[in-house]
Ligand binder design. Sequence first.
Ligand code: FES
Ligand SMILES: [Fe+2]
Length: 371
Amino acid sequence: MSDNMTAATDARTAPVAVWQVLEKLSKEELIEWRVKPIANKLSVQERNLDIGFPFGWYPVLLSTELAVSEVKPLRYFARELAIWRGEDGKPRMLDAFCRHLGAHMGHGGKVYGNLLECPFHAWRYSGEEGSVKEIPYSKSIPPRVTRKCTRNYPMREMNGLIWMWYHPEDIEPLYEPVKLPECSDPEWSDYDICEWNIYGSLQNMAENGVDTAHFRYIHGTADVPEAELHWGEYDRSGIVRAKMGTPKGVVDGMITSKSQGPGQNWVRFTGICETLLIACITPVDEDHIHARYLYTQPKAQVEGKMARVAKAIIADVNKQLDQDKVVWDRQQYQPKPVICNGDGPIAQFRIFYSKYYADGDGKPRHLQAAT
Ligand code: FES
Ligand SMILES: [Fe+2]
């Protein structure tokens, strides 16, 4: 057996292909590396990333990050946004720039009942209608803003997260996000969270799950895992049975990944220790994704004899994302990639994923599949 093959039998052992980038980093440097902007970034056009954003439900904040009557600025989907939680406890979101004189309402705006009040001249907006309801110093409201005059976003709150619906043509939600029972189960732990900025596209990230061959070379997985795939209307799932490296050797594990649309992704790991990963991946710009991995595990395992193994699983998955990030940060999107035998169902994935792009005539943009 060659040295490379020996290394590949334990996913936790260097070197995998990108190890030379990661091995120099201390624990603190690694945490910083995960979120820090990259140097010498190519343009969106040079990397073929000007492909628009796929529509769907996306997580934007943890529920705990937005208090009642709090306003925050956000940037997702190349838009400046203002999010607030009304006195009724519900989150709402608008495009940030005020239709009056353009103040950014995420900075200094305040909550008035359930309305968002602009910091500049106190025009008050409805999140449900995207219209102006009150102008305290004026006898009347200009008719152009009494009806929808700015973009508002359908919102949901579930699984400890606040979700926004994004559609490039401002179309109402076409499906609903999925409630995961573990997230409200008192027997499961609070989220353990790891955060990254990924300088690439959501589609390239999503394709990773069906890119069978990369597991060995980027992640050092012992065998190229065998996946059973299901493709639904807006849902997709894959079951992978893989050898998992542990401090006690390699064991058989099962990884069930599911997605509801492009923005809701979760993975259940079984085999060593039960783990639910909620992968929050939301585009900031066409070449920038804000990624947060939220993990929950049964408290009995986190606090019991399995505590070290439970932590090791989380560290191992985070490490896999670190390894992929080295590639994703610099990857060019190939609209017509050259695929070889053994590559996994990349063409099938692209045909499925193309349904999330809208081009005005309702026709998906990426039906030219890989050849
Ligand atoms: S700019 Fe917003 S109220 Fe004037
Ligand atoms: Fe990967």
